[in-house]
Design a protein around this ligand. Structure first.
Ligand code: SF4
Length: 411
């Protein structure tokens, strides 16, 4: 069962379309998710294992470093066996770009700060043109051409945009236009400004990223701040989270961001959970974590809620496809806000998995007809009213605490 994709309220800026292997980038193509392997590319089996894990996590295009002849030879074996297109990452040696093209890669990334001789750049672009292989001009704030750094008085958005434009001119001279561009910086406001400026002067597709964002959770926040800001302005055709973490985390993060913005069809569980409060009847953090683990590898396009109490839970999460709320040592399962079953507290997560599989296979309506909901509704009403009687509006037992405080002070 798939959920309809909500229409985003932010029109995408129109860009040309290129193809990285079978994946379209730019134009009306879905925004794609990229990541990069962290194995030695010469280690063919290890790299392929990582590529398969990335593809399973939602990665559409993967980049592998091509820094030495052994890496290029590895690419020749990896490319035909990879489930997703491969881009070779090139920094200093233009000959490695030529070797990667020979190996059959679907795309190149060139860093203009690191390959600066016009003849070398044009040689690569000419060969890529002959083979119909796109190149990303990957400007990176940390490795900007020193001449531009000096000209602009430091690392600025204008300096990064000019670096990309210089590279584009070399490409144009040899009639090559299968281009996408990135202007990444580790400073989020700078990166946002650079992409805004770049998008105003080119219609080539843009690859978004905050470079060297760092370990979790700070890296996730920085990358999301930069990438999401631009996506909401309609800027960006493909994205990469650069995290100091297992690259599978990058792919998951990219995929989740696009799904949560309604820019890609939901494939995975959207787990929502209340933040918990004094009314909570369970350890919401622990149950939500167990549910997260249970659904981590399941491709179910459902929104699933874990709520701490039956007093407010089913109502607050009524839009969720499925949810569970705790009450009186029991779990109350609800589908689209309607109570369907009561299970022992220890079986809450198992029950969620069972019902999620059922809804995925048969749909919400069938799930509501699966059981006599009046029984579950009656039980939920009973636990709700017991909780209200017990806790009333004073869920945090503040009046009791105040009595205790007064005793202590007066004492
Ligand atoms: S669902 Fe219940 S426990 Fe969770 S935050 Fe709301 S009132 Fe508190």
């Amino acid at each position: 069962m798939t959920q309809p994709v909500p229409t985003p309220h932010y029109p995408r800026r129109s860009t040309r379309q290129i193809h990285v292997g079978k994946v379209a980038v730019g134009g009306d193509a879905p925004i794609s998710v990229q990541s990069m392997t962290i194995t030695k590319t010469a280690d063919v089996e290890g790299t392929l294992q990582q590529i398969y894990a990335l593809a399973a996590a939602g990665c559409d295009i993967v980049r592998c470093t091509c820094n030495e002849i052994e890496a290029a030879e590895g690419l020749a074996q990896i490319v035909p066996r990879s489930p997703i297109p491969i881009i070779a990452d090139i920094h200093h040696q233009y000959k490695m770009a030529l070797a990667a093209l020979e190996a059959g890669v679907h795309g190149l990334r060139l860093n203009p700060g690191n390959i600066r001789k016009p003849d070398h750049i044009k040689a690569v672009a000419s060969e890529a043109r002959e083979r119909g292989v796109p190149i990303r001009i990957g400007v990176n704030g940390g490795s900007l051409d020193p001449a531009l750094y000096e000209k602009h008085g430091g690392l600025t958005a204008d300096a990064m945009v000019e670096s990309a434009q210089m590279e584009m001119r070399y490409f144009e001279e040899v009639g090559f236009d299968l281009i996408k561009i990135s202007v990444k910086a580790s400073n989020v406001p700078l990166m946002v400004e650079a992409y805004r400026k770049l998008s105003a002067v080119t219609d080539h597709p843009l690859h978004l990223g905050v470079t060297e964002a760092g370990p979790l959770p700070g890296g996730l926040l920085k990358a999301t701040a930069g990438i999401a800001t631009l996506l909401l302005e309609g800027i960006g055709d493909t994205i990469r989270y650069s995290l100091t973490a297992d690259p599978v985390e990058e792919a998951r993060a990219g995929r989740q961001l696009l799904e949560s913005l309604g820019l890609r069809e939901r494939k995975n569980v959207d787990l929502i959970a209340c933040p918990s409060c004094g009314r909570a009847e369970i350890d919401v953090i622990e149950v939500a974590k167990r549910a997260q683990d249970a659904f981590a590898d399941k491709q179910l396009p459902l929104q699933i809620a874990v709520m701490g109490c039956v007093v407010n839970g089913p109502g607050e999460a009524r839009e969720a496809d499925l949810g569970i709320a705790a009450g009186n040592k029991r779990g109350h399962l609800f589908v689209k806000g309607r109570n369907v079953a009561v299970v022992p507290e220890s079986e809450m997560v198992d029950a969620l998995v069972d019902w999620a599989n059922y809804i995925h296979e048969h749909g919400v309506d069938a799930a509501l007809q699966r059981v006599d909901t009046t029984i579950a509704e009656r039980e939920a009403a009973r636990d709700r009213s017991a909780l209200l009687d017990e806790q009333g509006a004073d869920a945090n037992r503040s009046s009791e605490k105040i009595v205790e405080i007064r005793k202590t002070v007066d004492g």
